[in-house]
Design a protein around this ligand. Structure first.
Ligand SMILES: [Zn+2]
Length: 274
């Protein structure tokens, strides 16, 4: 189903777009970020990924072949700290305390079913001035999901978050970064801007705090040299296991905020809307 849609849209792509796609694929295959995305997917989706470039483009965050998405603007000096896969009753409150101690706001892309289970925590995130975005209801790979279920995943999450906080949800990050054109159209039709990232490391696999900080610092500095702001991802939950250990991600967030808050401006993603 997903691959059919991808193939159909690729058939409509211009030669120029296809050439750009090929470059993206070659660059992407060499990137540790690509490896991280692949690992984050699990074996089944990974097999799909290996099927061909179409599927690969659907996963790669820098690919714009499926339309514009928000990654980061040309505003060096600005950082958007984003957290995926919460809210999580063990880790999100600790993160909130750290962010409050530095007077920094972040963006939380929440999984709908977790938000429904933790409404007080969702309210606490919103009350602290953080931005809340939609990360689907159950975290499927939406590039492989039937359009009707895509709509349900997005709308149920949006409605749940809006009911809990009383605030509109205007941002959507596809699980795994997986997308196809109709997924993005569905999000836009629901008045949500699709968002990816331009810095991520495999913090979900529980490397050391130092390894996470080092890798993200390199990416932030690289983006800065190229004239870009950085939209970076950490995880305050786990889409498969809500009891997952997230201490490295939480501590890394604290260290990165401490390191950059004097020289950079931390923003929530609504500051960059396109
Ligand atoms: Zn996720």
């Amino acid at each position: 189903m997903g691959f059919c849609a991808v193939a159909r849209d690729l058939a409509r792509a211009s030669a120029c777009e296809l050439s750009a796609l090929r470059r993206t694929l070659v660059d992407g295959m060499l990137s540790p970020l690509a490896t991280g995305i692949y690992e984050g997917l699990g074996a089944t989706a990974g097999l799909g990924l290996a099927v061909g470039g179409c599927a690969y483009a659907a996963m790669w965050p820098a690919s714009r072949i499926f339309g514009p998405v928000l990654r980061a603007p040309r505003r060096p000096g600005e950082l958007a700290l984003t957290f995926d896969d919460g809210p999580n009753p063990a880790w999100t409150p600790r993160l909130l305390d750290i962010l409050a101690s530095h007077d920094v706001r972040a963006t939380f892309f929440m999984v709908g079913k977790y938000a429904q289970a933790e409404p007080e925590l969702v309210r606490r995130v919103a009350a602290a001035g953080h931005l809340i975005g939609n990360h689907s209801w159950s975290h499927p790979n939406l590039a492989l999901t039937a359009p009707r279920r895509v709509r349900e995943e997005l709308s149920r999450t949006k409605e749940t978050l809006e009911q809990i906080t009383g605030k509109p949800v205007r941002h959507f990050r596809p699980p795994f970064g997986a997308r196809r054109p109709d997924v993005l159209r569905t999000a836009r039709r629901m008045a949500m801007e699709p968002v990816l990232w331009n810095a991520m490391t495999s913090d979900w696999s529980e490397p050391s705090v130092d390894a996470i900080v080092k890798r993200l610092t390199e990416m932030i500095d690289r983006n800065e040299r190229r004239g870009w702001a950085t939209n970076f991802v950490l995880h305050d939950g786990n889409h498969l296991d809500p009891t997952a250990f997230r201490e490295p991600s939480v501590s890394a967030a604290g260290q990165l905020v401490a390191r950059y808050k004097e020289t950079h401006r931390f923003v929530t993603l609504d500051a960059w809307s396109i």
